[in-house]
Every structure is written in C-alpha cells, then in structure tokens.
Design a protein around this ligand. Structure first.
Ligand SMILES: [Zn+2]
Length: 1094
C-alpha cells in the first residue's frame, strides 16, 4: 500500500487518484449544503467533541492581518479554538522577529545542583577574583598540556583515526580503516598568547557561581564578544549560543595522585599567583583542569574492548579535569526547565527549537507538528550539502506519529472530506496543509513540496483575504494546524474494501517451563479481567476487537469459543510444517458474547497442562498460525505471544543454541545480533502484508536467541518484553503491568507511513520497528503510541533560506474500531547559509537518539569497535567544524563546544559504553540483542534517560516538599553515604542506601532498626504509615507512570555485592567493562578535535 501515490504500476491497495471534476455534492465533507445547516465547522466530522463544542473564544476569529503573534496567545490549557489563532506566523514566512530564541540556558556548569556531596576541596582554591587582565593570563596558562606531558600513545585505545571522514550516515568503513592512529603527539600549545590580544573580558559576574566560593564579584566571565566575529556568530543579541570553552588541564597543576573518584583532593598550589583558580564560569566556558592530558591511554580493565593491543604501562597517576567544571547534564536540564517550562510551546514559528524532553511544557499547535510527534536533530538545516558534509551533523527527525498527548492537549481533529477523500497535490501527492499557497483568487493552489500548481475542486473553493490567505483557513485543521487526521476513502483500503475491526490472538506456551513457573495460571487468570479493557474508540461502549486463543508446545491447540457452545472445544494441529487454521467460525469472537466460554477456557488451560512433561516448543509455526487466522478472517490484528524457551522442536524456524561470548570483540561479534535463519524475515514479510503485528513476551531461563525471536516483532511494529528467570512471586507485578498496558494501548494497524519533503532534501534512511519493501514507504503491521520512526534526510539540491524546508509525515492506518484514517504531521524548518545557525539550533538529545540508533543498527554488519570508532569520529568532526568555523578565535588548547551541543560528549560516551557497544561480563547475548532492538524504536525522552539515568537524592530535600527532588549527576562521587537515592533509566529502578544513613530513615523506609537488617535486593518497599515512606513510594509510582515499561525496584545497599550492578548505571564514571569516565572521554574528544584541526 502506498501513501505515496506517484503512480506505481499496480497499486497494492488501489490508488486514490484525486481527480476533482465530477463533484456533485455542493457542500463539502459529505454534507449536502442545501440540507445541512451551515455550521462553522461543518467540514469536520471529528470525534473530538471539543472542536464543535468549544466555540472560538469570543468569536474573535482574528482577521488575517491582525493576528497576534504566536507568543502572545492565551492561556496554556485552553482547548484549541481556531478563532484565536494568531495569524501570520502559521505560514512559513521568513523567520521573523517573533522567532523565539533559544534561551540563554547556559549557567556555570560546575555548580553541583542543590544537595550534593559537599566538596570542600572544590571550594577552597578560589582566591580573590581576578582582574580582567588576570583572566587572560590565566586563560593563557590553562591550555591543555599536550606539549608538556607526552600524550599517551593512543594506539591501544583503538579510537578511530580522526582523519577518516566518514559521512554522516554512510556505511561503516571496513575495520581496516579503523586501525589505531599513529602516536599522535598533541601539538605543542604555545599559541595561547594569541588569545591575550583579543580577550577583553567585559563582565565579571557569572550568572550563577554558587558552587564556587564566590569572589566578591564572582568569577571572571569570558567576554561575550571576542575579536573578529565570524559571520553568523551571533553574539550580539541575547547570549543564544555562546561558545563554551573548556580549557583542558594545565600542565602545572595537580600533584600526582589525584584520584579519579571521590571528592577531589585539596587543590594544588598554583605556580603563578596570578592564577586564582579556574572557573571562568561564563556562558559555556568551563574551567581548565588541573593536570596534564588525563591518561586516556590508561589501561582500562577491559582494555581488549578498546582495541587489540593493551595500553602501555601507565607512567604517571592520572590528573584530571574537575568534574564540576565540565558541562553538567543536570544543570542543562534544570536551566531548560526553569527557562522554558513555564510558557506553552507555540508551534506557529518556523524553525523553533522546542524545550528539552526533560522539561514539562504544553504545546499549542499553530501550524507545525508538536515536538511530541516530531523532534529534529536541528531546526535549521544547512542550505547546501557541502555545508552539511562539513558539519557532519546528521539531519534527522524522530517521528512518533501516534504519540499520546497529555490530557490538556487535544488529539488531532479528524477531517472528513466525504467521497472525494483528502485533497492532495496531483504531482507529489502531498496532503493539503497549512503551507500550501492558494493563488488566483483561491481557484488554484501551489504545492509547497513540489511547486506543482493544482486546481482547487469547486467544493473546496474559498475566497482569499488580502494577504492571500483563505478566509476559512482557521476553520479547517488542514489549513491551520500542524497535525490532523483525514478519514480515508475506500480507495485507501486493501482490496478497495473498508477494513473489518482488528483481532487480538493470545498464543500461550504451555510447555513444562511455562507451567512450572506459574506463568500460565497467572496469565489465564489475568486475561479474564483484562479482556474487558481492550482498546476502544471514542465513546464506544465496547471494543470492536475480537479475540482468539491458541496454546502450544511442539504442537498447536486452537480453541473454539463460539458463544453458542457450552464448553470450549480444542483442536490440535500437529503438522507444524504446514500450518493451517482448523476452524474459522468460533475462533475469533466478541468478548462479551462469548464471555462464559472464554472464562471456562481460561479456567481450564492451566489444569489441562498441569502435568505436562513436554519441554520442547515451536515458534515460527505459532506466528504462522496467528497470521493465517487473521488472513482467513480478512482482518488485521495483533498476536500476543507468551514464550519460554529456544524453539528446538522439529519445525520451520527451529533454532539451535549458538550463543558464544568468545565472539565478543571479534569481527564475528555481529553474528550475535543477526538472526540465525532467514525464515523469520520471510515470515515477517507475510505478517506485514496481512497487517499482523506480533508482540512477544519472553520468559527465558537461559539463552533463547532474542536476536532471532525478535525479528518478527521488530519488522511488524510489535514489542518485545523479556523476563529472565521469571518467578511469579518476584516478577508478576512487572509482567502484569506491562501486559495490561500493552493490551490496552491504542494501536494503528496495517499502516503505511510516508515522509515527504520540500524540494532540496529527501528522506534517505529509516530506523525503527517496521518493514520496507521499497525505499520510501515504511510499512507497519501495527504502530502504537510509544513507537518512533526515525528518518534521516540528505540534500539533493540547494535549499533556500527564505522558503525553508518542509516535512510532511503521512500515516495511513486502521484504527482499533476498523476506521481507515490518515494522520498528517507537518513541520517547517529553517535553512541557513552560516554554520553557526546550524549549531545554534541543534537538539542534542535527538542527535544522540539518532546516533544510538545508527550505531545499534551498525553492529548488525560491522565490528562493534568500528561502530564505536565511527561515532567518536563523527562527534569529533561535528565539534571540530564548530570550532573551526563558528567559535571565536582562541587557543588550540581550549575545547570549545557549541552551547546546544555541550552535552554531546557526555551523552555520546554513555552510548559508547552501553551494553550493546561495550558489554560487561554480566551482560548476556540476549540482553544485548534485547536492548538493541528496544532502542531502535525509542523516543527521545526514552533514550535520554536510558543512556544517562536519573539519580534522585531522597533524603536531602525537606520531607514536605511535593516536587520531585532535583537530580544529581550519575557519578559515585555524588553519592553521600548518609543518604538514600533512587536511580532510574526507564527500564531499571534502584534504591541505593548509604551505609551511614540515619537509623530513623532506615526505620521509616524499611521497618527495620539498622542498615545491616535491610534485605539487599528487596523489590518491594513495605507500606508504612509515615511521611518518608509515603513520599518515596509515591515517587516510585510516579517514575513508573512516566515510563512505557514497568520498572522493577531493586534495593541496593552500599558496599553490598549488588552494588556493582547499580554502579553500572553511574555513567559519568569509568565502567568495569572499560568504558571511559566522562572526564577522560572529554579529554579524548578534545584530542581528537585538535588532531582534526591541526
Ligand atoms: Zn506537490
């Protein structure tokens, strides 16, 4: 099926070919104008009552010329009422003066947030405030010390040569290209003096220098204008993107022995009295470190993962950057919350960077899709491909077409254009949207994507106002909103037939393992009530979804649960090689009609198999059977598979145990991520054609080959859940919670997504859980509100600053009630001729989301080391390009990061040391395959917390405080042994208890009298009637509610053996598997950048 209508020879679903001559109805939207009373919203046949019931406030439909600018519209929570929309900014006009600037978010990085481990040592060294002159001297003295301390040979590290200019998203070069680079001595850094000449510090008070013993006037600030500005550098206005200066360690600083962890020791005596410490805490500038180039080459415990040769012996103890002086994720998140969490994000202005995903904000759709639907790596695209190549910033959009919205925001309106169907461009088939330009008095419109001039069908004609805007623009979602839906006509349906409502088939493994663990009994009991909560649409009283049941071990059992039966009937199919569905009538039923039979079946299943000794299972035939059943019923649907073991029974899709940890760090490691047979891809393809989405719940006791079993879920838009060593007592809450959510969530079935772009760029690559049989159409047997499709764009022509770039994502799908719909999201981006504009409008969280997905796909076909090297190289190139083209002139010894990307190194390091790219000894092959495919469809908020977990101190803030405690950085040195912390990453949840926690706290939380009595590994906190217990349990509930999967709690005691597991998530620290600490990685990145620049 094609959303794309560019005349394929034999359209699979029948192509709507919008020709508009023969319109007979006089009204639009299927309402005969003569009979239906004209209503202002007649064209909308949407299920969203708010649209019709909420009159435009005061009927103040703004005349086109007098619309208020986007930023002055009204209250955050108001229902969208078209009349109030400010005009003028909806169209993609030039990015005018109303464009919101990215707020000056940059604060001193170092300031540890609120309650952190006190670090007196950090506070002491700062002497009296330096004078301006001192600042420059100091800067000069702080250059990274490549010349002084010989840079350790990097050959053992295996970081890729910075010179291999991999394209932003090209294929991985073969590993041969990724040899270690020569023992690059960092260039001597004597150039610093040049800096002196241009630096004229103008301000002396950092905006927040709270964490540093405040010199009377604060630390010196870097000048906001330094020397000759490069074009587009834009320091003039509000400090939008001050470059960040990280001066790497000064050669003369710390005495040997300063350790990597724990609070920094006392500061070294400064060689020069003129060096009052560092903290050039200005926008984006962070202090120098105190040692020479930290020992990036130090032998990581898992050195093998960094390359084949072990690192050289370590000559000197490490000296390091002050962690407080490098960009802090916590600070950036906090700043964005403070700056952007108070006002709604109004989408009327082109190219606006939305608030961070970690900020709570409301969205008002005024012509561009909400960031909940689409987030981009940059909101300002280079005009030429040369610029884009130079910058190496991937241009990508992370799209979540069916994203769930907070209750305050209205779901997209459904527009019904009657028999004629949605209005589209005749040439490129783009759908009517706010960016289409009406001309010739409204009789024609010019397509904003391909410039084709189209006739306006008579029913759709409307006059234009003096600005050229249709006078009904604000009555029509498709002319005024970024996101809306169209009811699809029969032309958009398979076989030119409106679809039947979808079906759910529950397919339950009843082999010995499943019975023994109590899984089958638990599941059957749960289904009895859960079936009352199948997704339904709008105000429907009951769900239209039909259900069916299959159990299996190495044969399949189908059940007839027809309402007229007194008892369910079982039919066994043992010929798994040639799967067929033994019954049609009575297999898929309405829950309410067949309730008694279904309940009886679910009561009987655990009993029937209670004494089974069958340990073997099949897998592919189960999927095949479900798919055939949907095919026979001529509907789309979803299979819920509950499976326990490696399918070794003789049958199609039979697997063998091929797990081999010895392959890690070899060129064959990629095979661990690849399916062991192509059978599942073939099966998945058939499923997609049928609109059969597969959700897989795995309960393995050992290796089950997740890489192979997840192929069908992955290609059909389904989900995989894994409960290793499942035990009812310990895991039922997690499993049932996931199951309930999964069964109830709204899903679009039998979907096709197409992303159209305006001339000059086009979608070239896609990431996510879907299938593609051509290069443009993303086919999704099912798509739920949690899943994203990531799209990468490339230039195919020059872009124009004035017209910008447009994206239109169209998703054709069948709703839970069987309605065929199109959901449209539009987004306009700016285009730039200055690289600085690109760097000023980037979104690092989205960039990391893209880079992680790119890397996680890369491991399927490349050595993991090559994948890591590619990421490092690309990151270095991005930052080097900024340094070269956008940053103010300064010495080579300074690491300068763009404001919007100052967290790129820390986040990228988290990706590099993730289990997929650098596994620890405890991580299984199945874990890696599981995480790999999970990340593939994660949204930006999920990857953000997954790679950089949230660490929340629980006993620092007043107990009465109702807000979430401010997070601290994910590092051991931020933990105080007198406190309790929660750590979450969207999949895991830990409660860490310090060894010196007050006895009262222990009593309040655990109801035991001392630390030693706390049970390590506890997964449920006792329900105690005291404020602290309540607060912590509420917080845990609230964290769980924010995530799409249930996070099981693990209580970890300081110094307990479980703590190793917990420390794995302290991602700023060096990891046991050899992953670099943040500080070390930043220094390494700096070196890479300098090599690129030299
Ligand atoms: Zn067009």
């Amino acid at each position: 099926m094609n959303v794309n209508q560019s005349a394929p020879p034999v359209p699979p679903f029948g192509q709507p070919q919008p020709i508009y001559p023969g319109y007979h109805q006089s009204g639009y939207g299927g309402q005969p104008g003569s009979t239906a009373p004209p209503t202002p919203y007649g064209a909308y046949n949407g299920p969203v009552p708010g649209y019709q019931q909420t009159p435009p406030q005061g009927m103040s439909r703004a005349p086109p010329s007098s619309g208020a600018p986007a930023s002055t519209t009204q209250a955050p929570c108001a229902q969208p009422t078209y009349g109030q929309f400010g005009q003028g900014d909806v169209q993609n006009g030039p990015s005018s003066t109303v464009q919101m600037q990215r707020l000056p978010g940059s604060q001193p990085f170092g300031s540890p947030l609120a309650p952190v481990v006190s670090q007196p040592a950090v506070l002491q060294p700062y002497g009296p405030p330096p004078t301006s002159a001192q600042v420059t001297t100091q800067l000069a003295g702080m250059q990274i010390s490549g010349a002084v301390a010989p840079a350790p040979p990097t050959s053992g590290l295996g970081y890729g040569p910075p010179t291999s200019l991999a394209s932003a998203s090209g294929s991985f070069p073969n590993s041969g290209l990724y040899g270690s680079y020569p023992q690059g001595q960092a260039p001597p850094i004597g150039q610093a003096q040049g800096y002196l000449g241009v630096q004229t510090p103008q301000r002396s008070a950092p905006s927040q220098a709270s964490s540093f013993t405040p010199p009377a006037s604060g630390g010196p600030r870097m000048p906001s204008v330094t020397g000759p500005l490069l074009p587009g550098q834009g320091f003039g206005g509000p400090p939008v993107s001050q470059p960040n200066h990280v001066s790497s360690p000064s050669p003369q600083a710390l005495p040997p022995g300063t350790q990597m962890t724990g609070p920094p020791g006392p500061p070294p005596p400064m060689h020069s009295p003129q060096q009052p410490g560092y903290q050039l805490q200005q926008n984006g500038s962070f202090g120098p470190a105190r040692g020479p180039q930290p020992n990036y080459g130090s032998p990581y415990p898992g050195a093998a993962t960094f390359g084949s040769q072990p690192g050289p012996p370590q000559p000197l103890p490490p000296k390091r950057l002050d962690p407080d002086a490098i960009p802090s994720p916590i600070q950036v998140i906090e700043d964005d919350r403070n700056n952007r969490g108070t006002e709604p994000f109004v989408t009327g202005v082109r190219g606006q960077v939305p608030p961070l995903v970690t900020t709570n904000f409301l969205v008002k759709d005024q012509g561009n899709a909400s960031p909940r639907y689409i987030r981009c790596t940059s909101y300002n695209i280079p005009c030429t491909s040369d610029m884009a190549k130079q910058a190496q910033v991937p241009l990508a959009a992370v799209i979540k077409p069916l994203a769930r919205l907070p209750p305050e925001e209205a779901s997209p309106y459904v527009v019904d254009h009657g028999e004629s169907g949605p209005l589209r461009c005749n040439r490129c088939k783009a759908y009517m949207c706010p960016f289409m330009q009406f001309i010739e008095g409204g009789r024609r419109f010019q397509c904003c994507f391909c410039s084709c001039i189209n006739d306006v069908p008579p029913q759709y004609f409307q006059h234009l106002d003096h600005t050229g805007k249709r006078v009904d623009a604000y009555d029509r979602p498709e002319l005024s909103l970024g996101s809306y839906e169209f009811l699809a006509t029969v032309d958009y349906c398979k076989n030119n037939k409106f679809p039947s409502p979808p079906a759910f088939i529950f397919m339950i493994d009843v082999s010995y393992n499943a019975i023994r663990t109590g899984l089958v009994r638990l599941l059957c009991e749960e289904l009895k009530s859960l079936l009352d909560f199948l997704p339904r649409e709008g105000g429907a009283e009951e769900s239209a979804i039909r259900v069916g049941f299959v159990t299996y071990n190495k044969v399949l059992h189908f059940y007839n649960v027809k309402s007229s039966l007194a008892q369910p009937q079982m039919m066994v199919v043992s010929d798994v090689a040639d799967m067929f569905v033994p019954l049609l009538d009575g297999f898929l039923v309405n829950v309410n009609e067949s309730r008694a039979v279904i309940t009886s079946l679910l009561d009987q299943i655990p009993e029937m198999f209670a004494d089974t000794r069958e340990t073997e299972t099949v897998f592919a035939p189960v999927i095949q059977a479900g798919m055939e059943a949907l095919k026979a019923a001529e509907c789309a649907g979803k299979l819920f598979l509950f499976h326990t073991s490696l399918p070794m029974a003789e049958a199609p899709g039979k697997l063998k145990n091929r797990d081999d940890r010895k392959l890690i760090n070899t060129d064959k490691e990629k095979t661990l991520f690849q399916p062991q047979t192509g059978a599942y891809q073939t099966l998945a393809k058939e499923c997609v054609a049928q609109g059969c989405c597969v959700d897989l719940f795995l309960f393995p006791n050992q290796y089950v080959d997740v890489a192979t079993l997840s192929v069908v879920p992955q290609l059909t838009g389904g989900s995989v859940y894994k409960y290793a060593c499942f035990q009812v007592e310990n895991d039922q809450e997690r499993f049932l919670s996931d199951l309930r959510r999964d069964v109830q969530k709204v899903v679009g079935f039998d979907a096709v997504m197409r992303v159209r772009t305006s001339t000059g760029i086009r979608a070239v690559d896609f990431f996510g859980a879907f299938y593609m049989s051509n290069t443009t159409d993303v086919e999704l047997a099912g798509l739920d509100g949690d899943k994203t499709v990531t799209v990468e764009f490339k230039h195919d022509d020059r872009l124009n600053e004035e017209s910008g770039a447009l994206l239109q994502c169209a998703l054709l799908y069948t709703s839970c009630a069987g309605q065929r719909r199109l959901r449209i999201h539009n987004l306009a981006l700016n285009c730039c001729t200055q690289l600085a504009d690109l760097y000023r409008n980037c979104e690092t969280d989205t960039l990391i989301n893209y880079m992680a997905k790119f890397a996680y796909r890369g491991v399927l076909s490349n050595p993991v080391k090559a994948v890591r090297d590619t990421l490092i190289t690309q990151c270095a190139q991005i930052l080097a390009c900024y340094r070269k083209n956008c940053a103010s002139p300064s010495s080579a010894g300074q690491l300068i990061l763009p404001e919007c990307m100052k967290l790129l190194p820390v986040y990228l390091n988290c990706v590099l040391k993730s289990d997929v790219l650098q596994p620890g000894a405890e991580v299984t092959t199945d874990d890696r395959a599981y995480v790999r495919q999970l990340v593939t469809s994660m949204d930006v908020a999920e990857t953000n917390v997954f790679f950089y977990p949230r660490l929340l101190p629980l006993t620092k803030s007043p107990i009465e405080s109702t807000t979430e405690p401010p997070a601290v950085r994910a590092s051991e040195e931020r933990l105080s042994n007198g406190d309790v912390y929660l750590l979450e990453n969207g999949l895991n949840l830990f409660l860490w208890v310090g060894a010196s926690v007050q006895q009262g706290v222990v009593q309040s939380l655990f109801s035991v009298s001392s630390f030693s009595q706390i049970t390590s590994g506890l997964s449920v906190l006792p329900v105690l009637d005291n404020p602290l217990s309540k607060k912590v349990r509420d917080l845990i509930d609230s964290l769980r509610a924010q995530r799409s999967r249930y996070m099981k709690l693990i209580v970890v005691k300081q110094e307990d053996k479980l703590e190793m597991l917990f420390k794995h998530f302290l991602v700023e620290d060096k990891s046991l598997s050899g992953g670099a600490s943040y500080v070390d990685f930043l220094c390494h990145m700096h070196k890479e950048i300098r090599q690129l620049l030299s």
